[in-house]
Design a protein around this ligand. Structure first.
Ligand code: MLC
Ligand code: AMP
Length: 496
C-alpha cells in the first residue's frame, strides 16, 4: 500500500456516515468525502491529468480545495499548493518552474495566469461543477514509495524558491508516526483546523492526522480568535503557530473553562517564546506541546504527550527520525553545545524539483539532511533550536527570505543598498524590517518603498518598518553585519 490515499481509505472510521469536515459553508461525512474525491479525480483525468503531472493550485481554503488535493493523490498527480498571498509576478516563477498540466486558481487570477489550462473551483466550468456528473467509483492510481505526492515551495537563501518533493511514503510514514506520538484518539478526537492548507502544518500535519485518525475536523476559513474560541467548546485538539497562541492569550475569554474538553494544544512552525509557554500553562492548566518541523521533512521532533514538556525545547526526534548536531569543525557537538542540526529518516524529502545541485548541497556525504537550524541536543536526545545558520525570518509562521526583499529594494530609485532583518515583534514573533542606505542626494520615504514592493511580493513579506542608515555595518570581509543591525533595532516594536 503506497499511495497515501490508500492509507486514508484503510483508516476510515467504522461509521462512515459520521461527519469528517464541518465548515461554515458545508459538511462532508467520510463516505461523502470518498465519493466526492472520486468525482474530482475523474474530472481531473478527463482534463488530461495523468500520474506524475503537476497540478498547481492557488485557491482559498475550502472543503473543495481538500477534495482537489485528495483527487490529485488518487490520480497519482503531484499536488503543488501555493500561498494565496503570492502576487502575479511570484506566480509566474512557479508556473514556469513546476510546468504544470493544470492550474487551479481563484476567479480573480484566472485571466492573469499565462497557461493553456487554467480553471477555477467554482465558476460555471469550474472543477466542482465538472465533477458533479462523474462516477463516485475511481481506481486510485498505484504509486511506488518514492513517487512524488506533492511539491511544496520553500524560498532559497539566494532568493529563488525551491520545490521540495515529498513522496507518498514521506507523508504516510510521518503522519502515522504523529498519530502514535500524540496518542491520537481514533474516532474520538475532534480537531480545530484554523491553519492555511498550502503549507506542511495545515495540509499535512493537521489534515493527515484527522484523516488517519477517523476524526471530525472543525474546518475554519482562517484563524480568528472568535471562531476558534467557539470551536474549542466542541473539540479536543488544536494546532497553531505561536502567533495564534499569543492572540488567544490576549483575549480574556480564553479560559480554562472554555477549553475543558481540549486535551492537546500543539505549536510549531516558529519558536514558541518561554513566556507564551508559561502564560498558557497558567491560564489553561496544561502545557502547550511544541514540536519542530520543516517543509523538507515534515515533523522532526516533538515534546512528549506524557511526561514533562519543556519550555524552549522541541523534544527528542520522532520515533523513526534520527538527529545529530555538528559543530563548526564538522565533529559531533558534545551534549548541550550548539551546532547545525542534521536529520535522517523516512520523512526526509526526495530532493528539490529540477535542482540537483541544490539537493546535493543540502545533504552530507553520509546522507544526512542539513536543516540549517542551529540546535543543541542533550544526552536524552532532547533538541533545542537556538538559532539559524540560514538567513531567514519567520513572521507569523511564514518564512521570509531577506535576500529576495533586498534584491528588490536595491533596484528602487534613490536606494543605494539595503539589509533586511527580523526583529522581535509581540504579534508576529519576528517582523520584517528593512534598513536602507539612500543613494547620494536621495531621500526615499518608508511608505514609497513599501508601496513599490507591494506589486512584486506577497503582503506578509513586506517590511513592517523601513529605517534609514548612513552606512551599513560591515566586517573586515565587507559582509554586512546583520547581528549588529538586529541588536541596534531589537526594540523597534517594543517602543512602538
Ligand atoms: C498576514 N500578514 C502578515 C502575516 N499574515 N504579515 C506578516 N506575517 C504574517 N504571517 C499581513 C497581510 O499581508 C496584511 O497586510 C495584514 O497582515 C492582514 O492580513 P490577514 O490575512 O488579515 O492577517 P491575519 O488573518 O491576521 O493572518 C495572520 C495569521 C496568518 C498569523 C493568522 O499569517 C497565519 O495563519 N499564519 C500561519 C502560517 C502557517 O500556516 N505556517 C506554517 C508553515 S509550515 P496588509 O499590508 O495588506 O494590511 C512550517 C513547517 C512547520 O513552517 O514546522 O510547521
Ligand atoms: P518551512 O521551511 O516553512 O517549513 O519552515 C521550517 C523552519 O521553521 C525550520 O527550519 C525552523 O527554522 C522553523 N521551525 C519550525 N518549527 C519550529 C519550532 N518549534 N521552533 C523553532 N523553529 C521552528
Amino acid at each position: 500500500m503506497t499511495n497515501l490515499f490508500e492509507h486514508f481509505e484503510d483508516n476510515l472510521p467504522r461509521n462512515r456516515q459520521g461527519v469528517f469536515l464541518e465548515s461554515a459553508a458545508v459538511s462532508y461525512t467520510f463516505s461523502e468525502l470518498m465519493d466526492a474525491s472520486a468525482r474530482y479525480a475523474h474530472a481531473l483525468a478527463r482534463l488530461g491529468v495523468t500520474p506524475g503531472d503537476r497540478v498547481l493550485v492557488q485557491v482559498e481554503k475550502s472543503a473543495e480545495a481538500v477534495l482537489l488535493y485528495l483527487a490529485c493523490l488518487r490520480t497519482g498527480a503531484i499536488y503543488v499548493p501555493l500561498n494565496t498571498a503570492y502576487t502575479a509576478s511570484e506566480m509566474a516563477y512557479f508556473l514556469d518552474d513546476a510546468s504544470p498540466t493544470l492550474v487551479v486558481v481563484e476567479p480573480t487570477r484566472r485571466f492573469e495566469v499565462k497557461h493553456s489550462h487554467v480553471l477555477t473551483l467554482f465558476d460555471d466550468d469550474g472543477l466542482a461543477g465538472r465533477s458533479e456528473t462523474e462516477s463516485k467509483e475511481f481506481d486510485t492510481a498505484t504509486r511506488e514509495d518514492n513517487d512524488i505526492a506533492a511539491i511544496l515551495y520553500t524560498s532559497g537563501t539566494t532568493g529563488r524558491s525551491k520545490g521540495a518533493m515529498l513522496s507518498h511514503s514521506n507523508l504516510s510514514s510521518n503522519a502515522l508516526t504523529l498519530l502514535k506520538a500524540w496518542d491520537w484518539q481514533r474516532e474520538r478526537d475532534v480537531l480545530v483546523h484554523a491553519l492555511p492548507i498550502y503549507h506542511v502544518h495545515g495540509l499535512f500535519v493537521a489534515l493527515h492526522c484527522a484523516l488517519l485518525g477517523g476524526s471530525r475536523m472543525i474546518f475554519l476559513e482562517s484563524f480568528h480568535v472568535d471562531t476558534v474560541l467557539e470551536a474549542f467548546q466542541r473539540a479536543t485538539v488544536f494546532m497553531g503557530v505561536p502567533t495564534y497562541y499569543t492572540r488567544l492569550l490576549a483575549d480574556s475569554r480564553f479560559t480554562r473553562e472554555r477549553c475543558s474538553g481540549m486535551r492537546l494544544f500543539i505549536s510549531g512552525s516558529a519558536p514558541l517564546r518561554d513566556e507564551t509557554f508559561r502564560e498558557f500553562e497558567k491560564r489553561v492548566g496544561q502545557p502547550i506541546l511544541e514540536r519542530y518541523g520543516m517543509t523538507e521533512a515534515g515533523m522532526i521532533t516533538s515534546n512528549p504527550i506524557a511526561g514533562p514538556r519543556q519550555a524552549g525545547a522541541v523534544g527528542p526526534p520522532l520515533a523513526d527520525v534520527e538527529a545529530r548536531v555538528r559543530g563548526e569543525d564538522g565533529a559531533l557537538a558534545p551534549s548541550g553545545e550548539p551546532g547545525v542540526l542534521e536529520i535522517r529518516g523516512p520523512n526526509v524529502f526526495r530532493g528539490y524539483w529540477r535542482m540537483e545541485d541544490k539537493t546535493a548541497e543540502s545533504f552530507t556525504d553520509d546522507g544526512w539532511f542539513i536543516t540549517g537550524d542551529v540546535a543543541t541536543q542533550d544526552a536524552g536526545g532532547v533538541v533545542r533550536i537556538v538559532g539559524r545558520d540560514k538567513d531567514l525570518i519567520i513572521s507569523g509562521g511564514l518564512n521570509v527570505y531577506p535576500k529576495e526583499i533586498e534584491l528588490l529594494i536595491d533596484e528602487l530609485p534613490g536606494v543605494d543598498e539595503s539589509a533586511v532583518i527580523g526583529v522581535h515583534h509581540p504579534d508576529w514573533g519576528e517582523a520584517v524590517v528593512a534598513i536602507v542606505k539612500a543613494g547620494p542626494g536621495a531621500s526615499p520615504g518608508e511608505e514609497s518603498i513599501i508601496e513599490a514592493l507591494r506589486e512584486h511580493i506577497a503582503g506578509f513579506k513586506l517590511p513592517k518598518r523601513v529605517a534609514f542608515i548612513d552606512e551599513l555595518p560591515r566586517n573586515a570581509m565587507g559582509k554586512v553585519q546583520k547581528n549588529v543591525l538586529r541588536e541596534r533595532y531589537a526594540t523597534t516594536f517594543e517602543r512602538a
